[in-house]
Design a protein around this ligand. Structure first.
Ligand SMILES: Nc1nc2c(ncn2[C@@H]2O[C@H](COP(=O)(O)OP(=O)(O)OP(=O)(O)O)[C@@H](O)[C@H]2O)c(=O)[nH]1
Ligand SMILES: [Mg+2]
Length: 296
């Protein structure tokens, strides 16, 4: 798992030397969950699962979580468990942007704290070691990730690995996971969906994404208020007004989209509760309105 363009498909492609779809350019690539079988030894086969990354250019984050959850649930029903998670991060990113932070938070809720010991935090896109300046900068970023963003997971025994874009490097990482995995344990999302029968919005990962949409809706709202205030000030300047109107229209589209996605993520149980209350209320009104019950 990991944000779009982190190198998930490329890692599997390098390891399994198969027809995995690897993206080119800046657009997101993988749109569904796909599984690839890899023979590690005579008696060990592993299945590598590729997922679409958050902040995809084509799919909403809600859809991505849904697609992933569906897969996790299906395999869970067949009593198959996720053995380990690999979470990928581009070391070439020179700052931890909001998209990467959101992706990490949702991932943490997907795995659950009890599963952190089975997570490998893997950095991709390492520079050529001969480029000492780039290498030093990347190492500083890796130290920062360890100290700040990944600290809580490392404390719970998540591993940190560097992927250097070779088959040997990929194999070394997978081998260390296989060696470490002796105990069976369910990931948080799988426990919630299969064992506890929760629907996606009621899971920790679903709630985290809902909170991210809430923030987005509030931010968009604030931006629109600012634009409206600016329009009032610029009332005498038609060119500025036209430009601000266009900006406002764009923000409104983003606001509506975020609100729509957020509502879709509202627990169907919550909706059910509201439905029951409304039905009870109308039944009560109907009871009052019956001739025998009408006030004298
Ligand atoms: N140099 C280098 N390039 C990489 C590495 N990992 C991925 N790439 C390149 O980065 C681009 C994106 O990689 P993908 O594997 O498609 O990314 P992804 O995480 O699967 O992205 P989505 O499918 O959109 O979620 C591709 O052009 C890869 O070849 C790496 O470690 N080093
Ligand atoms: Mg991909």
């Amino acid at each position: 798992m990991g944000p779009t363009g982190a190198g998930k498909s490329n890692f599997i492609h390098t390891l399994a030397e198969n027809e995995t779809a690897v993206g080119h350019g800046l657009a997101s690539y993988t749109s569904g969950v796909s599984a690839y079988r890899l023979k590690c030894s005579d008696d060990i086969d592993i299945v590598l699962v590729d997922t679409p990354g958050f902040n995809d250019t084509h799919l909403s984050d809600r859809r991505i979580l849904e697609v992933t959850a569906k897969w996790v649930k299906e395999v869970g029903k067949r009593d198959l468990q996720v053995l380990a998670f690999l979470y990928l991060h581009r070391i070439s990113d020179n700052r931890m942007g909001s998209a990467s932070r959101k992706s990490l938070k949702i991932f943490q809720k997907t795995a659950g704290k009890d599963f952190f010991s089975r997570v490998t935090l893997m950095t991709t896109m390492w520079p050529d070691p001969a480029d000492t300046v780039e290498m030093e900068e990347s190492e500083v970023r890796e130290a920062e990730l360890r100290k700040e963003y990944w600290a809580m997971m490392i404390e719970e025994d998540s591993k940190v690995e560097r992927f250097t874009n070779t088959r040997e490097s990929a194999r070394k990482i997978v081998d260390s996971i296989i060696i470490a995995e002796s105990k069976r344990q369910w990931s948080k999302l799988q426990q919630e969906l299969v064992d506890q029968g929760k629907d996606l919005p009621a899971t920790e990962a679903g709630k985290e994404l809902h909170a991210a949409y809430e923030d987005m809706v509030a931010r968009q709202n604030f931006l629109m208020q600012q634009l409206r205030a600016e329009m009032e000030k610029a009332a005498a300047d038609p060119v500025t007004i036209t430009a601000l109107q266009q900006q406002l229209r764009d923000e409104l589209v983003k606001f509506k989209n975020a609100r729509k996605e957020m509502r879709k993520l509202e627990s169907s149980r919550e909706k059910e509760k509201h439905h029951i209350l409304i039905t009870l209320f109308f039944n009560f009104l109907w009871f009052l309105a019956r001739p025998g019950n009408s006030p004298r």
